[in-house]
Design a protein around this ligand. Structure first.
Ligand SMILES: [Zn+2]
Length: 131
């Protein structure tokens, strides 16, 4: 079984990059996910336990803030520039919001898990949040 000492210490920026790609925060090779948003029990490469890394709303809040700002800005621009009927906004923005949410939710969750691995370990009693 591998330990943290078998892998390089990564900077916060490297962990964010690894997490956004959905890779294991320890080995950066194995996948963090076993489904779209389902976290794998263990990394298939380094055997890091990932089941304890519950990010809760950690990925949802930044997704709502990012997409909310973006979509409201774009909708306001379209409304004031083209003045389309109201139904056009529904037809345009509903699928846009759904597609963008599907695109950014997994990377944001991966980033949350990677940062938890560094700053709030659930496996090591010595780290904040450890048992
Ligand atoms: Zn791994």
């Amino acid at each position: 079984m591998s330990s943290d000492h078998d892998f390089p210490t990564r900077s916060t920026g490297q962990l964010i990059s690894i997490g956004l790609r959905g890779k294991c925060p320890r080995c950066a090779i194995g996948s963090t996910f076993s489904g779209y948003l389902k976290v794998a029990e263990r990394c298939p490469v380094c055997d890091l336990g990932l089941e304890g890394h519950d990010t809760g709303d950690g990925a949802v809040v930044p997704a709502m803030l990012l997409l909310g700002s973006l979509i409201v800005g774009m909708a306001a621009y379209v409304e004031f520039t083209y003045e389309p009927p109201l139904w056009v906004h529904g037809v345009v923005w509903a699928p846009t919001i759904f597609a963008l949410t599907m695109m950014i939710l997994q990377p944001l969750k991966g980033m949350s898990i990677a940062l938890q691995y560094r700053y709030r370990s659930t496996e090591e009693a010595g780290k904040p949040g450890g048992h």
